[in-house]
Design a protein around this ligand. Structure first.
Ligand SMILES: Cc1ncc(COP(=O)(O)O)c(C=O)c1O
Length: 410
């Protein structure tokens, strides 16, 4: 693999150095439009809020804003980042968990945002932070079951730390209503990287039944229903793309049918995807720094667990492509330079023979990659570049020794 968005990988590596994150603006915009137009076909009162936690680069957020997206933020700092990218008020959907009273002091200063609470105890802390409650509130419901690509990214069910168990949801909404909240939404996020369209329709069905149970008793109606993110991308060659059109049709049909049955009118249907919109638009270019013939053959890269944590964090797999495909293939383990034996990016994969100085590109590195980078072993966090219409520009520079030292200037 030797180009990204028509730009030569060698040119990018020599201009900005490695390891280097590169995003393709046309690709992320196309991802947004594909999802949005599929939804518009079946239910027009929909909104997409891009999940900042998956990629918090301000230029990436601006590209999504330009495409028409809204944004999801999961911490006070993400709210500030979203605002710096030009989002405000209702365009921001805030989701948190276990926030402190101080967090809520900040969050409640943005009362026109959509504020989604993870628990009844979160409502109590919000109330401690401000007596002027936002007019509108929603709660994240744990429907008792969840599904993600693997355990580490499953976010509902009895072991999940997220959401209010659905049996307790009524209690939360009643409390909010009695405290003076006037407008309501409901939210769910059951897991990430699902490629099965029918799963989403089942999840919507479950959430709508819970909404009916809660809202009918309290004589309120949902202004919006947020079904979360979780829309998957194929990380392996053998996997297929999520059939977005089918998924949009199935969730819209279920949603419309349930809204009619329960007398909910036409609430806003919200999706807050991260991975689907940005994963495959991101690449990590890295250079081979060492080749070792040990009990296994190890290819050492200048990118490792501090650059891209997903493989060592929860066993995620990312395809890796050699710049030069002409050499015969061999089976190798790919590792980084960090002082941990879990610093392995891929085990037993076949790659064309690599030598020191060769370039490789790690695919699907747009979501949950840069944002999880650390400066462990005091290796600097890499730079990020955007390529668009045959041009490229630095959108966040590499960390430097001065950046480390600046934290001591107080
Ligand atoms: C509350 C919430 N919304 C949205 C997302 C985005 O998920 P995904 O990137 O799978 O679409 C996440 C991810 O964990 C999340 O926790």
């Amino acid at each position: 693999m030797n180009t990204i968005g028509e730009i030569g990988i060698k040119e990018l590596a020599s201009e900005y150095g490695t390891p280097l994150y590169v995003y393709d603006e046309q690709k992320l915009t196309a991802n947004y439009h594909r999802l949005k137009s599929a939804l518009d076909k079946y239910y027009t009162r929909n909104s997409i809020h891009f999940a900042t936690k998956s990629n918090n680069n301000i230029e990436v957020l601006k590209s999504f804003k330009k495409a028409g997206s809204r944004v999801e933020a999961s911490s006070p700092m993400e709210i500030l980042i979203a605002e710096a990218a030009g989002f405000s008020g209702d365009d921001i959907f805030y989701n948190g968990n276990y926030e402190s009273v101080e967090d809520f002091e900040f969050i409640s200063s943005r009362s026109s945002m959509k504020i989604n609470l993870d628990d009844i105890s979160s409502f109590d802390r919000l109330f401690k932070a401000t007596k002027e409650l936002p007019e509108r509130i929603s709660f994240r419901i744990n429907p008792g079951v969840g599904r993600g690509g693997f355990e580490g990214i499953t976010t509902a069910g009895s072991d999940a730390k997220f959401g209010i168990p659905y049996e307790m949801a009524k209690h939360a909404y009643r409390k909010a209503k009695e405290a003076g909240v006037k407008r309501f939404g409901i939210h769910m996020m059951t897991g990430s990287n699902n490629l099965e369209p029918y799963y989403f329709a089942e999840a919507v069905d479950k959430l709508m039944m819970i909404a009916h149970d809660v809202f009918s008793e309290l004589d309120i109606a949902p202004e919006f229903v947020n079904i979360g993110g979780g829309f998957g991308v194929p990380y392996y060659d053998e996997e297929s793309e999520l059939d977005v059109d089918l998924m949009a049709r199935l969730i819209s049909e279920t949603f419309i049918e349930r809204c009619q049955k329960y007398g909910f009118g036409s609430p806003e249907l919200i999706l807050e995807p991260g991975r689907y919109l940005i994963a495959n638009a991101g690449y990590l270019i890295s250079q081979v720094t060492g080749v070792k013939d040990s009990y296994r053959k190890f290819i050492g890269l200048d990118a490792g667990m501090g650059t891209i944590a997903r493989p060592s964090l929860y066993g995620a797999f990312h395809r890796i492509k050699a710049y030069d495909n002409s050499n015969p293939e061999e089976r190798v383990n790919i590792c980084g330079q960090y002082c941990e034996n879990s610093d392995i990016l891929a085990k037993g994969i076949s790659l064309p023979k690599l030598a020191e100085g060769d370039l490789v590109t790690i695919l699907d590195a747009g979501a949950y990659c840069y944002v999880m980078a650390s400066s462990y072993n005091s290796r600097p966090i890499p730079a990020e570049v955007m390529v668009s219409s045959g041009k490229h520009k630095l959108i966040r520079r590499r960390e430097t020794f001065d950046d480390f030292m600046n934290l001591y200037n107080f």
